[in-house]
Write a protein that binds this ligand. Structure first.
Ligand SMILES: [Zn+2]
Length: 465
């Protein structure tokens, strides 16, 4: 297009506010937030809050202030929004991230409505004066910090209006040596603390399909190369509660196929994952159950603890004996079980859904042994009976496989997808199902190739009785 054509087609629309428009809102807080972004600072609000009809009041805020190499960092969350007369209008229901809940100070700051708030024109004194207006301050980490909040009606989504939040901050750093007349201060510096939305609907907007994990409790047995990525992925997608069982220790050698790195060395796997998940995904709580299934005592008690009130069990032990045991227990309790394993040389693997009234892990073994061409036959994943590539690393008590994390993760991800599907539409999952993947055809690696087989109860299996 020539400039003349562009002007001819669009200038009238720009001047009149007409013509085709992208179907999206332009919330004013986006432009204000951009003045403070990248500093590590934020304050959390909830999009569910409705403040229309109110013009001012106070907010109760949990503030965590620290000094970092990039300057003053503020991490805060609004706990309550109060009207001018002090009555409670809205309150936070989302769990607090660890970055705020540790060593935070609770304080009250003003909010006011300004539906005429314009876009920021820069970070000059006049612009900041519109939103950094408060008098109340908290003293923390060697500074007086004043926060003030401006609420402004804005288009949050296309033709959907709601309240934008803008947080102004004024910081007065203390000078370390007080003079005779008391503490000395540097000049006040005003800036913007970006406002982030972390209410339940805010988190759910991006991936509505995982809403089925909200409120769910999932047990994961075995937190190795298959179980650890699955556990973290379930937490990232909003699973409310995870019960994690293992008793192995993270070492430099096994961490190459593990979800977390050097910060976990020397820690029990279940404890390292609990610490990581609860720090990074505040919506998820973790029960760490330290146990190795098959010890002479303790199985019954530990498994009762693990399976208490769970909605689904994931078996990532990659040990047939454990799978058979979990198959029996889940059938008794009417629980769905997902078993995941890889072949020793990682040329393939499988993710298997076991309905409590359909094919069990022993039925699966029968199906694998049924000759090809006979009804009920399900092929082994490639390399299932090839143990020639197992190695014994120095200092390790057992042979281990030589697969890489990026291949194993293929199986972990399918496990999580299946868990989401089973919990979303349980009525469609009444027959057990084997999803087999092949990653290698003996000559060379190939892109993951999946097949799906139903797994009916086998006539010879004891699960029928
Ligand atoms: Zn069976």
């Amino acid at each position: 297009m020539s400039l003349a054509e562009i002007l001819d087609e669009n200038l009238a629309h720009v001047l009149d506010g007409t013509g085709a428009e992208d179907p999206q809102g332009e919330p004013i807080e986006y432009w204000w937030n951009s003045l403070g972004q990248g500093s590590g600072s934020f304050v959390l609000v909830d999009s569910r809050w409705k403040l229309s009809g109110y013009d001012e009041g106070t907010v109760d805020v949990l503030v965590n202030a620290s000094r970092t190499e990039i300057g003053r960092t503020i991490r805060a969350a609004i706990l309550n929004v109060n009207a001018g007369d002090g009555s409670l209008l809205e309150e936070r229901v989302a769990p607090l991230p660890a970055a705020i809940s540790s060593t935070a100070i609770r304080a009250s700051f003003p909010w006011r409505r300004d539906d005429q708030l314009s876009l920021p024109t820069g970070s000059d004194e006049q612009t900041m004066g519109k939103v950094a207006y408060g008098k109340t301050y908290v003293t923390c980490d060697g500074a007086d910090i004043r926060l003030s909040f401006t609420v402004s009606k804005t288009e949050l989504q296309h033709n959907e209006h709601g309240d934008a939040w803008v947080c102004g901050m004024a910081v007065q750093e203390h000078i370390s040596r007080p003079s005779r007349s008391g503490p000395r201060h540097r000049g006040t510096v005003a800036s913007i603390v970006p406002v982030f939305r972390d209410g339940e609907i805010d988190i759910g907007y991006r991936v509505p399909s995982v809403a089925s994990l909200r409120g769910k409790r999932i047990a994961v047995v075995g937190l190795g190369a298959l179980g650890s990525p699955a556990a973290v992925e379930l937490a990232r997608n909003g699973c409310t509660s995870l019960h994690l069982m293992d008793d192995d220790v993270v070492e430099p050698g096994n961490a190459i196929r593990w979800e977390l790195g050097a910060s976990s060395w020397g820690t029990k796997k279940q404890d390292a994952l609990k610490r990581f998940i609860e720090r990074e995904y505040p919506w998820t709580s973790v029960l760490a159950v330290p146990h190795r299934i098959g010890l002479p005592t303790g199985d019954r008690d530990r498994l009762n603890e693990l399976l208490d009130s769970v909605d689904l069990v994931v078996d990532a032990s990659a040990a047939p004996g454990v799978s058979y045991l979990l198959g029996d227990i889940c059938r008794e309790r009417g629980l769905s079980l997902i078993s995941v394993f890889a072949s020793p040389n990682l040329h393939g693997g499988a993710v298997v859904f076991h309905h409590p009234e359909s094919g069990c892990p022993v039925c699966m073994a029968h199906a694998n042994e049924t000759p090809e061409g006979k009804p009920g036959h399900i092929p082994y994943p490639n390399g299932m009976n090839d143990e020639s590539t197992l190695v014994q690393p120095p200092g390790c008590s057992e042979l281990t496989f030589t697969g890489a994390s990026f291949d194993l993760k293929e199986l972990s991800l399918e496990t999580v997808r299946m868990a989401v599907d089973v919990l979303s539409s349980p009525d469609e999952w009444t027959v057990s199902e084997v999803r087999t993947v092949n990653l290698h055809n003996v000559k060379r690696r190939m892109p993951p190739s999946w097949r799906i087989d139903p797994l009916e109860r086998h006539p010879d299996c004891g699960c029928r009785s």
